[in-house]
Design a protein around this ligand. Sequence first.
Ligand SMILES: NC(=O)c1ccc[n+]([C@@H]2O[C@H](COP(=O)([O-])OP(=O)(O)OC[C@H]3O[C@@H](n4cnc5c(N)ncnc54)[C@H](O)[C@@H]3O)[C@@H](O)[C@H]2O)c1
Length: 286
Amino acid sequence: MEIDGKICVITGGASGIGLGLAKALLARGGQVVLADINIARAEAVAEELGPKAHAAALDVRSTESFEALAAQVFSSFGRVDVMVNNAGVSGGRGLLDTPEDEIDWVIDVNLKGVWRGTSVFGKRMREQTTPSVICNIGSENSLGYISRGLGIYTASKHGVVGMCDVLRHELPAHMKVCVACPGLVASDLTRSSTQTAPRPRLNEAQLDMSDRVMAMGMPPEEAGEMIAKGIEREDFIIPLHAHVVKIAETRWQEIADSFAAHAPYTPDAEKYNVQAIIRQLMSEKD
Ligand SMILES: NC(=O)c1ccc[n+]([C@@H]2O[C@H](COP(=O)([O-])OP(=O)(O)OC[C@H]3O[C@@H](n4cnc5c(N)ncnc54)[C@H](O)[C@@H]3O)[C@@H](O)[C@H]2O)c1
């Protein structure tokens, strides 16, 4: 999709990757709505970015909030061409010790928040019938990268890929789905996650260390450029960090080895393939 003249909405667009992507989309001639729980920052950033950037308040934990945003955007612009569900939090600790309300919070923002934006905007984009793209932000943790202490975060990001994989086969031809899967990007993620967390996860010393790690990440502008290119190409997976391919290959090799040991492919293997069974039953009905 060519971005020039397109209407783009980015959740969590006030900072980090969302902001980097906003800059890349603006540079390509798009109009960008920065929808964020931190409305003060969204407004300040939109002011800096110029007249084609617009700030809006949004809490991705609320369907009503998404409905209000969609009503506002569609009444101002009449359509949305690119919907980016980017807002996320990085909560979590050792899986056995994660309290349930922390699990609910991470899933509510990172998985259900992505679903809410996809559903509320996607239904309207389906009606539009003009070409459109939904780009959801996963992570290298969607592709097999292991980060100890981020078990629920990882589950949420696997969930984003799984959901989008089905979605792309459910949507009409004029709609495409992308999942961007960044590795380390220099952002406020650990700090901004404290905005809505049920309780502090890291003490000041740990936050300080995490700031130093985050600062070593890819610049958000570079990440934004890569994601914008992926949206232009309408690729399903948009990888950003080259080292992750080795991890994905190792994961695939482990799966392939397990199949070879337990369930090697044989000519009659399709007899339990649900899709093949449904096709056969449908053809018998006709
Ligand atoms: N930074 C990384 O290393 C990295 C790596 C992989 C994936 N990601 C993903 O990229 C996305 C963006 O993260 P980032 O690194 O730019 O972090 P960030 O904290 O800089 O940006 C996140 C933005 O989302 C907003 N936000 C948080 N909760 C919200 C809510 N309930 N409703 C609306 N807005 C909300 C924040 O205010 C913030 O502006 C997240 O989904 C994150 O999981 C980040």
